[in-house]
Structures are given as C-alpha cells and as structure tokens.
Design a protein around this ligand. Structure first.
Ligand code: ADP
Ligand code: FRU
Length: 288
C-alpha cells in the first residue's frame, strides 16, 4: 500500500447511453441516464484506491449542491479531499454521449471555476507521499511551480504527468517528471500519426523520463530511459460497453505497476489489461 496524491480534476458527468450516435439536429431518446463523479485525476485515484493504495486529491471543489454527488463518491472511494480548494460556483460538468453500439464516448465539457493553484499546493506536506500524479490542465504555470517545489523539497519523490491535450507551454513541464503519460490526441495534435516517432520527439523534451502513449484499440507504446521501445496490445473484453475513463484506468494501473517496480513491458501490459476490463463494463467500480 502506497500513498498517492493526484493534482487535477473531479467533475460531474451526465452520461446518456444511446443506441447509436445521433445526427445533428435530430431528437433521440436515451436508453439510460446516469450522473457520476468523473474527472481524470479523480478517476485515476478511484482505481488506485481499488488497487489498495491510500489516495488524496488536490483539486478544486465547488461549494454548491451539485457537488454533493462528487463529494459522496470521493468519500466512498476513501479519497482524502483535505488538500482540495473549496470555491464558490458549480463543479466542472461534462455531458457524455455513450454509444452502446461500440462503447465510444463523446464528451462535451464545461468549466468556469478556476484551476488548482500553487498557493494551495504549497500547503501540502510532501513527506507522506510515494508518488504524485499531475493532470496537465490549463494551469501550466502553476503546475510548473508545483513541480519545481517538489523537485526542491523531495527530489526522490516520483512524479507522473498526464498530457491529454496540446496546451501552451505544457512542454516546460516534461523535464521535471519521471513518467509522461500522453494521449494519442496529443500525438496527433503534434503532427504524429505513429506512436514511436512521437515518443522519440518527446525524448528531446524529457531526457530522463519513461515515456508512454496510450493508443486506444491498439494498446499502448513506451520508450524507456535507455531508449528501448515497448508495446502492449490492448486486451479486448468480450464486448466493449463503455470506454469513458479507459485512459484514466490505464494511468492508474501504470502508476501501480511502477510502484511495484515492474519492467516497462509489464507496466504497459498491466495498464492495457485493466483498461480492457474497464471497457467491458459500465463505470469504474469493481474493477479489481
Ligand atoms: P481515453 O480516450 O479514455 O484517454 P484511450 O483511448 O487512449 O483512452 O485508451 C486507453 C487504454 O484503454 C488503451 O491503451 C487501451 O489499453 C484501452 N482501450 C481503449 N479502447 C479500447 C477498446 N476498444 N478495447 C480494449 N481496450 C481499449
Ligand atoms: C474521462 C473524464 C470524464 C470527465 C472528462 C473531463 O476521462 O475524466 O470523467 O468528464 O474526462 O475531461
């Protein structure tokens, strides 16, 4: 059991399950509607908690009644929220269209509440943690201060960074982390259609890190510190039911595997395996 802190989002997800993806300007009836707590960092912690770790979130929590479901779910997963910033407003909210035909999800996200600040991060005692996971959001300048602070105070503490989207200046964070977890969307945004050329480009920005890119149904690719290439195929469930949070589950299993000192091949396999299990079921509960 390790102590893991994640800096990032907890959201309110309104999930509409549909027979198929709707045409624009049509009106369709959903087969099911669920409200769930989401958010990349919170999802990753919910899985890490199932894997037996002690988890805490450093993110922004809105004070209104819409946050009750988020708070209740974090509590249910024993995720400590004492490092969170509590602000007036509504929580970041997503409308998710889940296509039951192929399990693909389409997310429309809205937020008007500020991102987590360095000032709040500075209040956190760094001594207890075995790992800190950062979600690269629009607060890149604040994240850079957080990472510099960690490097200064706890140079031994391993840090991972999830990069889902191309954001201005995000590359300045890369040299400060041990593990970079990128999305295929980020590789595409940088002009790469293939994973290995992307990973070798990443290497120029992150000379010290283990580099990983998740590639949907193709599994995941990695480049270790010695520039050896690695790949794990995806683990296909009997039926792909729901891919919402597959990447967050992958990240959790990868962090858990790093903490168990597995090889990069084994780490990618562990990530793809648990993400595959997740794709075969709705939601993130009972994955382990
Ligand atoms: P997200 O879009 O949630 O960020 P990705 O599409 O990058 O996630 O997928 C993350 C991981 O989930 C992949 O590396 C793969 O292992 C697994 N995965 C995604 N889609 C499927 C699928 N259709 N079948 C099996 N595994 C999948
Ligand atoms: C899934 C997810 C959702 C959330 C959205 C935020 O990866 O975390 O739960 O609404 O992404 O971008």
């Amino acid at each position: 059991m390790k102590h893991i802190l994640a800096v990032g989002n907890a959201t309110l997800d309104l999930i509409f399950a549909l027979e198929d993806y709707p045409r624009e300007d049509s009106e369709v009836r959903a087969q099911d509607m669920q409200m769930r707590r989401g958010g990349n960092a919170a999802n990753t912690l919910a899985v890490l908690s199932q894997l037996g770790h002690r988890c805490a979130l450093a993110g922004v929590l809105a004070d209104g009644a819409e946050s009750d479901l988020i708070l209740a779910d974090l509590a249910r997963h024993h995720i400590d929220t004492s490092a969170c910033q509590k602000l007036a407003g509504r929580p970041p909210t997503s409308c998710v269209l889940l296509n039951r035909r192929d399990g693909k999800r389409t997310i429309v996200h809205y937020r008007d509440i500020p991102e987590y600040s360095f000032g709040s991060f500075q209040q956190i005692r760094l001594a207890p943690w075995d790992w800190i996971h950062f979600e690269a959001r629009s607060n890149v300048g604040e994240l850079a201060c957080m990472l510099r602070h960690v490097r200064d105070q706890r140079p031994d503490l391993r840090c991972s960074l999830e990069v889902e989207k191309a954001r201005p200046w995000v590359r300045q964070l890369f040299p400060m982390v041990d593990v970079l977890l990128c999305s295929r969307a980020y590789a595409h945004a940088k002009g790469f259609a293939q994973p290995y050329p992307f990973l070798h480009w990443l290497r120029e920005q992150a000379p010290q890190a283990d580099l990983i890119v998740a590639w949907g149904e193709e599994g995941a690719y990695g480049l270790d510190r010695y520039d050896q290439q690695h790949h794990s195929p995806a683990f296909a469930p009997p039926e792909v039911k729901d891919t919402l949070g597959a990447g967050d589950t992958f990240n959790a299993a990868v962090i858990d595997a790093f903490l168990r000192d597995l090889t990069l091949d084994e780490i990618l396999q562990a990530g793809c395996h648990l993400a595959g299990v997740k794709c075969g079921q709705e939601g993130l509960d009972d994955l382990v």
